[in-house]
Write a protein that binds this ligand. Structure first.
Ligand SMILES: [Zn+2]
Length: 284
């Protein structure tokens, strides 16, 4: 666990997911949760030890299963973007467990942990463009960023100049583009660069600074250019997935090869459709 400032902590779980704890004089506020039941139990114990039993809110930076599964650990309102609410609200047991199985398979995780996982809590407080919270002496700004998913928000602490960016910034692994709008994503990164931020807690990977947003922008722009090149020379979606070499944009450790390959494949499939749409609109 890292302590970033007085009362502000980050815990990193499997897939290098970062979850945050922000203490206030009135209770704790959590940013995202950890995915696997064992690690979330440990994190929940740490939260209670540091912050006591009162957890005021859990904020979700997007609706993906890697950060929402631990919400069943606390009995407090979940705050998220309206599109995260729509998605989480629509789960019934069947759709949820189907998705969970696909998710575990994609991440190559031990499926025995699945039996302990409950359906994530449905958000009760909804962010559309921005929401400010004042608790104790703290100010939190929940800012819609989009790009990674339409529901991506950042949690900004202006007094400490800290930003929990969710997956709009990831460090040391490929970003997941499977539901992305990469054009908006590049804009979201510009929006972050215009903010007064000293420390970024990325959705996954080591804590970083503003330089990580530049690396993300470069990655996304190169991926967009590469896929556009393939599209314009008439490559099929499948060919683009196989041959565009997006996986080589970042070094991948051997133990993450499978996961990263699957993530990039889904991402490039989606990006191909995005670029095709952009090109057909530009020709109209
Ligand atoms: Zn993620």
């Amino acid at each position: 666990m890292h302590k970033l400032a007085e009362g502000i902590y980050v815990k990193t779980g499997s897939q290098d997911i970062n979850a945050g704890l922000i203490t206030t004089t009135e209770g704790a506020i959590l940013v995202d949760t950890l995915m696997l039941p064992g690690e979330m139990r440990g994190w929940a114990r740490t939260i209670r030890r540091i912050a006591g039993d009162t957890v005021l809110f859990m904020i979700l930076t997007d609706q993906y299963l890697d950060r929402v599964l631990g919400t069943s650990s606390f009995d407090c309102p979940v705050v998220a973007h309206e599109l995260a609410w729509t998605e989480l609200r629509d789960y019934d047991d069947e759709t949820f467990y189907q998705r969970l199985a696909t998710h575990f398979e994609m991440l190559d995780l031990d499926i025995t942990a699945m039996s302990e996982i409950l359906r994530p809590r449905v958000p009760e407080l909804i962010v559309s463009s921005e929401l400010r919270m004042y608790k104790g002496q703290r100010e939190l700004r929940l800012i819609h960023l989009g790009g990674h998913t339409p529901a991506s928000i950042g949690v900004y602490l202006p007094q400490q100049r800290i930003l929990f960016s969710g997956d709009v910034v990831v460090c040391g692994q490929h970003p997941f583009m499977g539901q992305a709008n990469t054009k908006q994503w590049v804009e979201a990164l510009e929006k972050i660069r215009a903010m007064d931020v000293k420390i970024i807690i990325p959705g996954h990977g080591p804590i970083c600074g503003m330089e990580a947003t530049l690396a993300m922008t470069e990655y996304l722009q190169r991926a967009r250019e590469r896929v556009r090149e393939f599209f314009l020379k008439g490559a099929t979606r499948r060919d683009t997935v196989e041959k565009s070499g997006i996986l080589d944009l970042l070094p991948v450790p051997a133990d993450r090869r499978l996961v990263e390959t699957q993530k990039v494949r889904l991402g490039v499939e989606h990006l191909y459709a995005e670029i095709r749409k952009e090109e057909s609109m530009s020709r109209q």
